[in-house]
Design a protein around this ligand. Sequence first.
Ligand SMILES: NC(=O)c1ccc[n+]([C@@H]2O[C@H](COP(=O)([O-])OP(=O)(O)OC[C@H]3O[C@@H](n4cnc5c(N)ncnc54)[C@H](O)[C@@H]3O)[C@@H](O)[C@H]2O)c1
Length: 381
Amino acid sequence: MGANPRTSQPRSPVNSSPEHKAAQPPRIVEGSVDDLATALLETAPGARLFRISDANVDALHGAALDAALQRHGAEVHTLVIEPGEEHKSLETVAALWASLIQLEVRREDCIVALGGGVTGDLAAFVAATILRGIRFVQVPTTVLAMCDAAIGGKCGFNLKGKNLVGAFAAPERVLHWYPLLDTLPQREFAAGLAEVVKSALIEGEEALVALEEDARQLAARDPDASRRAILSAASTKCTIVEQDYRESGARKLLNLGHTFAHVIETATGYGDFNHGEAVAMGMVLAARASRQFIDTETGLETRLRSLLETLGLPTDAPTLPADTWTTLLRRDKKRLQDDVQLILVQQPGSLVLHPTAPNDLAVWLADGAPLTVTPDAATAR
Ligand SMILES: NC(=O)c1ccc[n+]([C@@H]2O[C@H](COP(=O)([O-])OP(=O)(O)OC[C@H]3O[C@@H](n4cnc5c(N)ncnc54)[C@H](O)[C@@H]3O)[C@@H](O)[C@H]2O)c1
């Protein structure tokens, strides 16, 4: 992938002044590690930097980023956390708070989140809360974090359910250094592509067709196809976040597949599936629910399954008992009074919120999500 520094702000003008920071998506800077160091230090001149990474990323890439930052004159402190969704917890947050206080963190300092979505969500939450908030920069190291998690300002941790404690806090910059992806395990690379598929479904037919055309190259981790896919998804997210930072409207569409995914992740103890895999299965359930509950496009589920499978993602959710679905659907943050706000797809680019009673949904899901609309009837409509 390109080593030249580029600044990508798809469809959104750059404005990082403090009064706009909350409503504007962050500027995405692409380039080499030194370009990133330069951009980072421009963002936080004179700040001490606290780099937070999980142990895997720290071992693979921490030294290279720290060395670049030090070459540019920065003072860097490193805080390492345990990898994995199971460590996206209050205990990890508390340990980071304690370390920062011990290191005498100051208001003008800056946190650098070098890692995937788990690190990014935790580091951003810690930055939002320590000393009532200090600056932070995201250096995402997974596909999922580059195209989604690092953008948009949502942060937090899991407590009795997925992401149930958190805040909105916008990073100063998101820095894309694509060679970081070279070490990403194939399963994690594929998982990130689930959010790319989600974004294409939200964006519309043209984006979905482009992704379908690129699918084989993406599955083979072709660098240009990967960068195209990441930037396209990031662009969709930036546009939506700009319209609706606090998720009172359009941003809810980004939860496509996530209501089901969060139940699958929580019910399986974050062990069997990673987030992207759960989102892939959740989107297939959302497509099926779209057939069941609204007048959706015929063949969408089949088309989605085919794309996800080409990208190496699972499409069949595990069987869960109805009471597990009910209990966990009731914990969904996006509930409106008693109803779950399902995101359903009429057709690519046209998504709707569909309030549904958790009990009814749970019984349908536990029964294997049977379609009462038969494929033939749907075709004839
Ligand atoms: N804030 C948001 O808007 C938002 C959006 C989507 C997802 N998320 C969150 O993101 C999290 C999932 O993120 P993720 O999929 O990036 O998971 P992750 O951060 O757990 O990373 C996945 C695994 O890959 C390893 N890894 C990361 N980068 C690597 C690299 N370059 N080379 C080798 N190994 C590497 C990590 O150590 C980890 O084991 C979930 O907690 C989800 O809730 C947040």
